[in-house]
Design a protein around this ligand. Structure first.
Ligand code: C2O
Length: 644
């Protein structure tokens, strides 16, 4: 395991400990923070749970046979949506698995203030006279009146006291509480399991609601209910840098001629950003792997557009692939033992994570602010970034209609629709909100000003190879994934590995309604680290262009797996997840639809030493998301972590 020395930084541990919940089930302890490595995967399925909750007890809890958490009002023991707890006091310190928690300079006390003890009420949308229109931040940066108003709004929140749920600090910590183990699934009958809003179909709706309330709160304090957040228009080449309003620090001239000294109102600025990326001309790298690559801005833009196409179209082909895998109550988000436990959506895994990492300061112990979930909400640009992610959800649906792609629809399962979160609204009332109520932004009172989407026509292409790649790979000793000693596959830090994966030939009729995916399941990694690998299909590389130099705009580059470090409870740092990439278009382009296997190459980029991949296979996915045929060659059949 890599040595773990971090430079010492001034720590600003928050002193607000009033919300730390000290009940029977105390926060997991920090003892032994170094014991875990990816290689030494401990397969005891309950190793990350307090012994108090054995599987037997948990089943009893769920069936309502005893204990505090009877399941009387749970409709069915099989399929209960994730719901945030009622009480603001039902929150744990986001106990960090940051190796040295003293270096978590934003503090780990992420629980909301107990402003009101009343149970949350269902949220009712206020009537809206005029839609709030979110506009591109790079354009708004030139609108001094807007910038001034926005800055003033954030500044007001920054000056509110710590016990006010509207304070900037408390708004920022909402993110930490929902992704770093602040809440448990107690309302759904699983008091021992954490709630996690990333890496699954909760990702888009949770963040939509999060931004919704921040926008309403700012509007409230500005006494302007038309106030709308800006969006960081990174999918448009004109908007690929950090928007100027978040950076520039000189006086601004309002339209009325008044000069405002911005040094007094630097509320959109965040000192914890990568200073090389916080320059007006630095172009966001959609494939950022922790290191800057030397390419021209134009090349970077081209790569970004190709990646955007892939995330929105070829790898975001249906609901599950774009929005993320299903999670419902009873699923342990920090388990490593469930096959296909959760799957981050294509956009979440892609530009979303890359931008977090790229903006965060890599020199900080935890990549603060944007580079780590616990601190990301402290950077004002987080909300602009997520506004574009949110916009992409709308664009994805609209694009589906336009291109006649039936898979671009919201989930309709009750476990998704009824999953819920609790927020303090703009009137400081605790409200409960549901996924099903956030599918239409107009109903929510806002809309996005349209902007160019040049990536729609940037489908990465490839041409047929002159040699038979599969045959040559076999001759070169590349193994089939079914060979007994191939899976699980353990990656090293730098060396690409190739395997042959079987598929069934596609007939022209099938091609119309199906999409073919290459899937990696049971990827086990250390969730404290930034992990990234790229996946290349049917390109063995050449002397002049080795496989690790194939760039993301090439058709054979089918995607990347990337994870932002996040903390989840301090006991066990291993995570298990899966990822899938579309290969239909690549197979078409390279005229490889009639081959019976593909050559898959995994190129480690960062944090891959010891990462384990348990299963690799090719799946055929129908537009509705039904799996038609699956050549499942996952070697280890992972134990089911759900106890009923
Ligand atoms: Cu909740 Cu961008 O992460």
């Amino acid at each position: 395991m890599a040595s773990l020395s971090f430079s010492t930084l001034p720590t600003s541990t928050t002193t607000n400990t009033t919300n730390k919940r000290l009940l029977t089930q105390s926060s997991p302890s920090h003892s032994n923070p170094f014991k875990v490595s990816c290689k030494a995967a401990d397969d005891n399925e309950n190793s990350d749970l307090p012994p108090k909750y054995s599987s037997f007890e948990r089943r009893n809890l769920l069936l309502g046979l005893g204990g505090l958490y009877g399941a009387a009002n749970i409709p069915s023991a099989f399929g209960v949506p994730i719901e945030a707890p009622d009480s603001a006091a039902s929150c744990f310190e986001a106990f960090s698995s940051v190796r040295n928690p003293k270096e978590a300079l934003r503090g780990l006390a992420c629980c909301p203030p107990i402003y009101s003890k009343a149970a949350p009420v269902p949220y009712v949308f206020p009537t809206v006279d005029k839609l709030r229109e979110r506009k591109p931040a790079h354009l708004l940066s030139k609108d001094a009146d807007y910038v001034e108003q926005f800055r003033a709004g954030i500044q007001i929140l920054k000056e509110l006291p710590d016990d006010d749920p509207h304070s900037w600090k408390n708004q920022a910590k909402i993110h930490c509480a929902y992704c770093n183990g602040g809440y448990r699934q107690e309302k759904s009958g699983f008091p021992d399991l954490e709630i996690q809003v990333h890496n699954s179909w909760l990702f888009l709706p949770f963040h939509r609601w999060y931004l919704y309330f921040l926008e309403k709160i700012i509007g409230k304090h500005l006494k302007d209910d038309t106030f709308a957040l800006p969006y960081w228009n990174w999918d448009n080449p004109e908007g690929m840098s950090i928007p100027l309003m978040y950076e520039v620090n000189d006086p601004i001239k309002l339209s009325g001629g008044e000069i405002v000294d911005k040094t007094k109102i630097r509320s959109l600025y965040d000192p914890f950003r990568d200073q090389f990326h916080a320059k007006p001309k630095a172009i966001l790298d959609f494939n950022y792997g922790g290191q800057d690559v030397e390419i021209t801005p134009e090349e970077q833009m081209n790569i970004n557009l190709a990646l955007m196409y892939r995330q929105m179209v070829s790898s975001g082909y249906n609901t599950r692939l774009f929005m993320g895998g299903e999670v419902k109550a009873g699923v342990n988000p920090i388990s490593q033992n469930v096959k296909d436990l959760s799957l981050g959506g294509s956009l979440e895994n892609g530009v979303h994570t890359a931008a977090h990492r790229w903006v965060g300061n890599r020199r900080m112990p935890n990549g603060e602010d944007m580079g780590n979930f616990y601190s990301a909400g402290f950077d004002p640009v987080f909300y602009a970034h997520h506004a574009n992610v949110d916009r992409m959800w709308n664009v994805w649906k609209a694009l589906g209609k336009k291109l006649g792609k039936p898979g671009h629809v919201d989930p309709t399962k009750p476990d998704w629709e009824n999953a819920s979160y609790v927020f303090y609204d703009e009137n400081r009332v605790r409200v409960r909100v549901y996924n099903k109520d956030c599918v239409d932004t107009q109903t929510m009172g806002y809309t996005y000003q349209p902007s160019k989407t040049p990536w729609v026509s940037r489908r990465p292409t490839a041409s047929p190879s002159k040699v038979n790649i599969i045959e040559r790979a076999m001759n070169n000793g590349v193994k089939k994934v079914e060979d007994p000693d191939v899976l699980p596959l353990t990656l090293t830090e730098k060396t690409p590995v190739s395997v042959l994966v079987s598929r069934s030939k596609t007939s022209p009729e099938d091609k119309k309604k199906e999409n073919e995916m290459v899937c990696f399941s049971g990827i086990k990694y250390d969730c404290e680290k930034f992990v990234r690998f790229n996946v290349i299909v049917n390109d063995p590389g050449e002397k002049q262009k080795p496989v690790d130099k194939i760039n993301a705009a090439a058709g054979q580059f089918v995607g990347s797996f990337a994870q932002l470090p996040h903390n989840h409870g301090g006991v066990d740092m291993k995570m298990s997840t899966s990822v899938e990439f579309g290969i239909t278009e690549l197979l078409e382009d390279t005229e490889a639809e009639q081959t019976d296997s593909i050559l898959v190459t995994i190129v480690p980029v960062i944090g891959c030493e010891g990462v384990i991949i348990t299963g690799i296979n090719v799946k055929v996915v129908k537009a509705e998301g039904e799996t038609e045929s699956e050549t499942d060659i996952t070697k280890t059949d992972l134990a089911d972590d759900i106890e009923f």
